[in-house]
Structure formats: C-alpha cells, structure tokens
Ligand binder design. Structure first.
Ligand code: ZN
Length: 159
C-alpha cells in the first residue's frame, strides 16, 4: 500500500545538515515507526513520504522552515544543576532535560557552580537538512493508534 494519511510507516533514516557528514542514523537500531498525518515527524519529511511503498529508498532535502524551524534568540534558560542528575556537563553538549512539558533536547551554554545556562532551541533548528530514508513497512493504523495519535508496538509506544 502507498503511504497516506493515517498510515503507519516503519523506516530507517540518516539525517545530515546539507553538505555535511551524517549527524544521526537509525542504522543498527530498530526502525522508527510513525503515524502519518499526526505531527509525529517534521512536516517536510512527512510530505516526502506520501505515496511511497515498503522497500522504497529515497533522499530528500528539507529546509529549516519545514524541519525544526528557524533558530530563535533569547531562548536561554538558567536551570539548577541538580536537574542534570550528576551528568558531566560541557558547553556545546546536547542533553535531554526533563521539563514541565516533557523531555526536551537542549544545548549546554555555560556551566556555573549551582546553575547551568541552556539553549532551548532544538539542536537542529535553523539547519537545512538532508534525509536518506528506507521504508521498511507500511500498514493501516488501528483504531486505537488513531485515537492516541501515535504508533503502538515495535518502534512506537509500548503501553
Ligand atoms: Zn498509545
């Protein structure tokens, strides 16, 4: 079947900043599973998936605006060090911080004695990205998955 709204897609991905070495890949891990049309992944990549089928490989360029958005100034926040649970912190390092809005990837800017300044911009904000995708599986979502807005089982939510 072709990928369309409410399809469940399992896929491997490799992402790089355009013209750069790969930053992240799912190779060697389980494929990622998403529910199409529910904001599970960035809009540019979701759009590029439409109409593809299992086994298909493709590459796509996605502009920052269609990926993680432009970088915003003034998104620095001062966080008590205890929130980092004893991790060894260095400026430029990316960590996942548990916030009131759930886990969030942040970049360490400055490490003080008891507080840490972090940049809340997504690490890939402001970057034009290049994706290499391999579609592993396409299936229809279950009623429960549609209700939750995400995939259950392998590569998705386990609950
Ligand atoms: Zn669920």
């Amino acid at each position: 079947m072709n990928i369309q709204k409410d399809s469940v897609v399992r896929f491997h991905y490799t992402v790089s900043e355009q013209g750069q070495e790969p930053m992240e890949t799912s190779e060697g891990r389980d494929p990622l599973a998403i529910l199409v049309g529910h904001g599970n992944i960035i809009p540019g990549l979701e759009k590029a998936m439409e109409g593809r089928t299992a086994g298909e490989k493709f590459e796509v360029d996605v502009s920052a605006a269609e990926a993680y958005g432009e970088r915003r100034d003034g998104l620095t926040q001062r966080v008590p060090k205890k929130h980092f649970e004893g991790q060894r912190l260095q400026p430029g390092m990316q960590v996942v911080l548990n916030t009131n809005f759930g886990p969030r990837a942040v970049t360490i800017q400055k490490v003080g004695m008891s507080v840490v300044d972090v940049d809340l911009n997504h690490p890939m904000a402001g970057k034009d990205l290049h994706f290499a995708i391999e579609v592993i599986e396409v299936r229809e979502a279950s009623a429960e998955e549609l209700e939750h807005g995400h995939v259950h089982g392998a590569g998705g939510h386990q609950h």
